[in-house]
Every structure is written in C-alpha cells, then in structure tokens.
Design a protein around this ligand. Structure first.
Ligand SMILES: C[S@@+](CC[C@H](N)C(=O)[O-])C[C@H]1O[C@@H](n2cnc3c(N)ncnc32)[C@H](O)[C@@H]1O
Length: 208
C-alpha cells in the first residue's frame, strides 16, 4: 500500500467526540499515523503477520492502520470507555477481524500476563503534562516489558536526553527515526490559538 493511500484510509477513522484533558486525548493525525506505520512496516518489517499492541489506543487510528497493513493481530489498550466505544465503531466500519481491544490502566500492566506476548508495541502515549508527570515513561517501561522485538513511540523532543538516560539504564537501544512537528488541535477550551505546534520525536526502542 502506498503512503498516500494509507493516509487517506486513516482519514476515515472517527476521533474523540468530547476529548478528556486529563487523559491527554488528542488523536494522532492521519498524516503522522500513516508516516509512522509506513516506516514501521516498510523499513523494519515489524507489522505484517506480527502480534502488535497499541498502548493508549484511543479511538484506534494506529491500531486500524496496523490491522490494514496486515498485522497478524493488533490489540489496543485504553482506560477510557468513551474512546473504546468509538474504537469499536471504527473497527466495525473498517470490517477488520485482526483487531481487538482491552480496557485497562496501562500503568498497571507491567509484570502482567502480557509480558513478552507481543512482537511490536506502537503508541502515542500521554506526554505527562496534565498533573500526570512521568506517565510517558510508565507507558514506555510497560511497552518494553510487553514487546519482544521493538517499541515505537512519540515523545516530546525536549525530553530526549532524559529518555536516552533511561534507555541506557534499561539497556535498550534508542533510535530517533524522525523529528515531527506535532499539530495539537485546539480541542481544549484553554487553548487560545487554533492549534499549538510541539516538537516530537518518533523513536524506535529495541533490546540490545
Ligand atoms: C495522545 S492520546 C493517543 C490516542 C490514540 N493512540 C491516537 O493515536 O490517536 C493518549 C491516549 O491514552 C489514553 N490514556 C491516558 N492515560 C491512560 C492510562 N493510564 N491507561 C490507559 N490509557 C490511558 C487516553 O485515553 C488517550 O486515548
């Protein structure tokens, strides 16, 4: 599948109707989601026929993209039932059978039955800017406990040094694949501008 076809496919995915600020519910844009998945698929061959987890899956844009690219199975994990209801609707509209969902707090999954049960983990985690500082690293640690091959994640560029230190401590290889300008839509009332750009790293983590 071509990148532009994947992007137009992901434009059909419904997003949050009433996003919850405290859960950092902003969707990955179809453009960024398509670029991420296309790279994971074409450069690293980490999607086709793989068992994939999507942590903080929200309405499912990354899960659906992975399923469309022929993941063996993609399982989305999210805490919020409103988001998961939209996820289910998307799944039905796309008529996908290689996709499933689990409702849970991702931070409680470490050392769980899901340890090393996935080839690949993909995620756009909460960045930890809403009285939940450190949740991005909780997500990352959990993702690393679940994946056997690689974790692909988005992180604020301003936290790169901190993440690199943690990756060294955890003996994990960290590769910044791309630097993105992430366009946060003004979906929250306190945003005065139409959108806010933040610098974000697209990172691949793998065991050394
Ligand atoms: C930045 S959004 C990304 C949504 C989706 N993956 C996407 O790419 O459009 C972060 C998601 O993490 C979820 N979330 C926040 N805290 C969570 C937690 N502790 N456990 C599970 N999911 C959580 C939110 O509900 C939200 O759907």
């Amino acid at each position: 599948m071509k990148l532009k076809d994947l992007e137009s496919c992901l434009q059909q995915v419904d997003v949050f109707e009433d996003p919850k600020v405290l859960l950092e519910q902003y969707p990955t844009s179809p453009h960024i989601a398509a670029c991420m998945l296309y790279t994971i698929h074409n450069t690293f061959d980490d999607i086709k026929d793989k068992v994939v987890a999507d942590l903080g899956c929200g309405c499912g844009v990354l899960s659906i993209g992975a399923a469309v690219l022929d993941a063996g199975l993609c399982v989305g994990f999210d805490i919020d039932d409103d988001a998961l209801e939209i996820f289910q609707r998307n799944k039905e509209e796309f008529e996908l059978t290689n996709i499933d969902v689990v409702q849970c707090d991702v931070c409680s999954l470490r050392e769980s039955a899901f340890a090393k049960k996935f080839d690949t983990v993909i995620m756009n985690p909460p960045f930890g800017t809403k009285r939940n500082q450190g949740i991005d690293m909780e997500f990352l640690k959990t993702a690393l406990s679940m994946a056997t091959t690689a974790v692909y994640s988005l992180h604020k560029t301003s936290t790169r040094e901190h993440i690199q230190k943690k990756a060294n401590d955890w003996k994990v290889k960290m590769e910044v694949i791309a630097e993105l300008r992430y366009d946060l839509p003004a979906s929250y009332k306190f945003h005065k501008k139409k959108s806010v750009d933040i610098q974000v790293d697209f990172i691949r983590f793998s065991p050394t």
